[in-house]
Design a protein around this ligand. Structure first.
Ligand SMILES: Cc1cc2nc3c(=O)[nH]c(=O)nc-3n(C[C@H](O)[C@H](O)[C@H](O)COP(=O)(O)O)c2cc1C
Length: 368
């Protein structure tokens, strides 16, 4: 590849202005779990990793998923937590480092729900929890959450939102994608509830609605809430929450009313149309239907999608620039390219196509 794009890269480097969040450019670091936080505490190396992205011009950093205050929120002892003094102090240092480098940062608030296996660290005795106790493959693993337990989880998200604001983060992102807890409530295959948290597509948004409202209560009217969702699940890339644009509209409206400011629409390949009869991708449809700014994502600058975790070569950005120029979406999240190369945004800006690096899964072992 000799050039990153034949088109102008200007659309990617225009400032972004919205009601509650302003950014220097349109690039977002996609949330990526790294597992470099022993005992759930992000340390100096993690702070430096995020700082390097800020120094090299990333518009907004969304951190790796970080566990809310619930015993089974994460799987693994080195996944960062978002509760407890030491973990929160670690995050405070991350925020300060990113701000010193002129960047902006949002934590991705996460509960893995039923994707957790019994006996996993950091709390071996904590059982996986989910709307109906069903794994993504439909196996009955535990009892369904009670209504009261569900309400307690809502409050755990709200506590994390309050802490994020207190620590100086610029926004929060709620992880409602990929088949984790919030998405397990969205998905008909994992949510068989008959209380207010179940039912049709609107009923199945109620857990997310209450989380967004509770977070809003904690952070006040001016603090940005980003909501990430996806059609696809980790075990089923063809799954769909919404099979038509009408269904997508029914799904989005309760989330908009609850107080989402920006939607982060997770797809594996950003150029794919979401529904027949239009070129719009999931982000494009979400912007059109919700009237909110949106982040698109999925194999930006790479020729292989991330779920295969194989290597992928750098490719042209022509298609991306076309969609940005058309205002199909507002912001662009970049995952693997930024995982392997803290300077990716700077290199694109300077037209240094020859310096771009291919992605290789060996990169997961290290904090570049
Ligand atoms: C190592 C790795 C970890 C990831 N962890 C998360 C995560 O914690 N939360 C999340 O929402 N998405 C996660 N993702 C998905 C990315 O945010 C992104 O959507 C995906 O990698 C597609 O972007 P890309 O093609 O530019 O890599 C992860 C992806 C990778 C490669």
């Amino acid at each position: 590849m000799t050039s990153t794009t034949n088109k102008s890269i200007e659309p990617l480097f225009e400032a972004f202005h919205s009601e509650k969040l302003d950014l220097d450019n349109r690039t977002v670091m996609a949330p990526m779990t790294r597992g470099f936080s022993p005992e759930g505490i992000p340390g100096e190396d993690v702070a430096a990793y995020y700082r390097r992205r800020a120094e090299n011009g990333v518009g907004l950093i969304v951190t790796e998923g970080t566990g809310i205050n619930h015993p089974s929120s994460v799987s693994g002892a080195s996944i960062p937590l978002f509760h407890g003094e030491e973990s929160l102090n670690g995050w405070k240092h991350v925020v300060d480092e990113v701000h010193k480098a002129g960047g902006k940062i949002a934590p991705q608030l996460w509960h893995v729900g039923m994707t957790r296996k019994k006996g996993e660290l950091p709390n071996e005795e904590a059982l996986p929890v989910g709307p109906s106790g069903l794994s993504l493959d439909g196996e009955q693993v535990t009892e369904p959450l009670t209504t009261e337990e569900t309400e307690q989880l809502v409050e755990a998200y709200a506590q994390a939102a309050a802490d994020a604001k207190r620590l100086g983060f610029d926004a929060i992102e709620l992880h409602g994608a990929h088949g984790y807890l919030i998405d397990q409530f969205f998905w008909e295959q994992t949510n068989k509830r008959t209380d207010r948290f179940g039912g049709d597509i609107v009923g199945r948004t109620q857990f997310a609605v209450e989380i967004i409202e509770a977070c809003r209560r904690e952070v006040g009217p001016d603090f940005p809430i980003i909501f990430r969702f996806s059609q696809w699940k980790m075990n089923d890339f063809n799954a769909k929450l919404a099979k038509t644009s009408e269904e997508l509209d029914s799904f989005l409206q309760p989330l908009v009313s609850a107080g989402v400011d920006i939607f982060h629409c997770s797809t594996r390949r950003f150029w794919e149309p979401e529904f027949e009869g239009s070129d719009l991708n999931l982000a494009g449809w979400t912007k059109k239907l919700s009237g909110k700014p949106v982040i698109s994502v999925g194999s930006v600058g790479l020729n292989g999608e991330f779920t295969s975790f194989n290597s992928a070569e750098a490719t042209s950005l022509d298609n991306l620039m076309g969609k940005l120029e058309n205002d199909e979406f507002d912001l662009v999240a970049i995952g693997r390219s930024l995982l392997i190369d803290p300077e990716w945004v700077k290199k694109i800006r300077e037209g240094r196509a020859e310096d771009l690096q291919p992605f290789d899964k060996a990169a997961l072992q290290q904090l570049y």
